[in-house]
Design a protein around this ligand. Structure first.
Ligand SMILES: CC(C)(COP(=O)(O)OP(=O)(O)OC[C@H]1O[C@@H](n2cnc3c(N)ncnc32)[C@H](O)[C@@H]1OP(=O)(O)O)[C@@H](O)C(=O)NCCC(=O)NCCS
Length: 185
C-alpha cells in the first residue's frame, strides 16, 4: 500500500482539499465524515475555524478541542482521506453518538486499505494526547467502517437507535442503529 501521512491543514493544501471535497459531492455524498464541517465551508474560512478548534483558548462555542488531519499520499500528494480526533467527549452529541474520531476516504480511493491505516495513525495521535480509552461510533449498516474499527481493535459495547435529539441532522439517519466501539489505548 502507498505510504500515507497525516498533515495539519494549511493554505498549501487548498487545491488538493477542494479536489477531495468535489469528489464527494460528484458522488452525491454531501457529508464528509471527519471533515469538521469542511463540507459546508469555503477553504480559507474553514482553515480558521479548524485551527481555532485545536486549542482550548480559541475553541469555537459548542465544540470540543479537536485536531483534524488530511491523509496525504506521499507519492503524489493527493489527499485521500480526512480524520478528526476530538480530544474529549465533553459534548452531549459526541458522548452519545459521535465518539472521539470521525474519518472518511474519498470515493475513488476506497477499498485500498487507506481507512484502516488512517485510523491506525489517528489512534497513535490520540495516544500522544494521553487519551486512555477511545470511543468510535458508526451506523450498524456501514460494513466498511465496522471492519475498519474492528481491525484497529474496536470492541463493540452497545448498539442503539439514533434519535437525533441534538438535531445534528445527519441525512437519513433518524431511527437507524448505531454501533458504539471502544478501544483501550
Ligand atoms: C468507511 C470508509 C472510511 C472505508 O474506507 P476504505 O479506505 O475503503 O476502507 P479500507 O480499504 O481500509 O477497508 C476496510 C475494510 O472494509 C472492507 N470494505 C471496504 N469497502 C467495503 C464495501 N463497500 N463493502 C464491504 N466491505 C468493504 C475492506 O475490504 C476492509 O476489510 P478487509 O480487510 O476484511 O478486506 C469509506 O467507505 C468512507 O469514507 N465512507 C464514507 C464515510 C464513512 O462512512 N466514514 C466512517 C464514519 S463512522
Amino acid at each position: 500500500m502507498d505510504v500515507l501521512e497525516l498533515q495539519l491543514p494549511t493554505l498549501k493544501h487548498k487545491t488538493a482539499a477542494e479536489k477531495f471535497k468535489s469528489e464527494f459531492f460528484k458522488n452525491m455524498e454531501y457529508v464528509i465524515n471527519g471533515s469538521a464541517l469542511f463540507d459546508r465551508m469555503e477553504y480559507e474560512q474553514w482553515l480558521i475555524h479548524n485551527k481555532n478548534n485545536r486549542y482550548e483558548s480559541t475553541v469555537n462555542p459548542g465544540w470540543v478541542t479537536a485536531t483534524t488531519f488530511f491523509a496525504v499520499r506521499k507519492s503524489d500528494s493527493k489527499i485521500v482521506g480526512m480524520i478528526d480526533i476530538r480530544h474529549n467527549l465533553g459534548n452531549e452529541f459526541l458522548a452519545k453518538y459521535g465518539g472521539h474520531i470521525g474519518y472518511s476516504v474519498c470515493p475513488s480511493e476506497r477499498r485500498k486499505g487507506y481507512a484502516t491505516e488512517i485510523l491506525r495513525m489517528g489512534i497513535e495521535y490520540a495516544k500522544s494526547l494521553n487519551i486512555k480509552k477511545l470511543m468510535i461510533a458508526c451506523f450498524s449498516d456501514n460494513i466498511p467502517s465496522i471492519k475498519t474499527i474492528v481491525k484497529n481493535g474496536g470492541v463493540l459495547t452497545e448498539t442503539k437507535i439514533y434519535t437525533d435529539d441534538q438535531q445534528v441532522n445527519i441525512p437519513d439517519s433518524k431511527g437507524k442503529l448505531v454501533n458504539i466501539y471502544w478501544i483501550d489505548l
